[in-house]
Design a binder for this molecule. Sequence first.
Ligand SMILES: C[S@@+](CC[C@H](N)C(=O)[O-])C[C@H]1O[C@@H](n2cnc3c(N)ncnc32)[C@H](O)[C@@H]1O
Length: 229
Amino acid sequence: MSAFPLLSDRPRVHQSFLYDARGVALYEGILGTPEYYLPAAEEALLQANLDALTAPLSSRLALVELGAGDGGRTRRLAAEPLVYAPADISAESLSLNEAGFRGSEPLAARRAEGWTAAFTLNALSHVNDITGTDFDTADWRHVAEYDAASTSVRTHVEARRAVVLSVPAEGGGRRELRRFAAGERVFVEQSRKFSEEETRRLAEAAGLRLSRSWASDDYLIAELVRGSA
Ligand SMILES: C[S@@+](CC[C@H](N)C(=O)[O-])C[C@H]1O[C@@H](n2cnc3c(N)ncnc32)[C@H](O)[C@@H]1O
């Protein structure tokens, strides 16, 4: 994975850098924080509609899950898939996923403060591990802003002070890669909500059809199937 977008005028760190072993653990921590209401909203909707959701799954030959993570929620839905194929960029997630399906103990205890900031800043440490850059997470703060127009939360890291970023030089020593001014931001992630109508439109553009859906005030579960309406 290249860190090249870091050098652009609108620098970014690809969101896949959020997920190394530590990132996966921190994400699990976020799921357990009381202010992150989505897991509880999802759980309530799953629970209320479990029979309808799981009924068609038992006859499926294979369940392929993209970005499966630890598979915790999937285990609720797919008690007996003949084949389960989780795909995830994180090897750690897949190990946890496998352990979960084999019936091992659940993940480490959750709930502490500052999970989200630690999760975002950990992406910089992950970039260091992969590319040899020298981000010091103490130089950066996590900034998450809600944009009502696009119903999305945009997450950046913002330089607390002027930062000079360097990488190992070929002949030894270090080579300056770029400078960040105090207050300059690096884009990390956008998390967006989609209405049922938007989901339907996106699905159709991708050759899929929204066949069934379940909604509460805070959450939407949509079933997409191949083929147009
Ligand atoms: C927000 S988590 C969701 C995990 C799980 N689906 C759940 O609902 O708990 C996103 C997952 O996508 C994975 N992921 C992120 N970028 C990816 C990529 N480019 N390819 C495959 N997996 C990716 C992450 O490792 C992570 O497990």
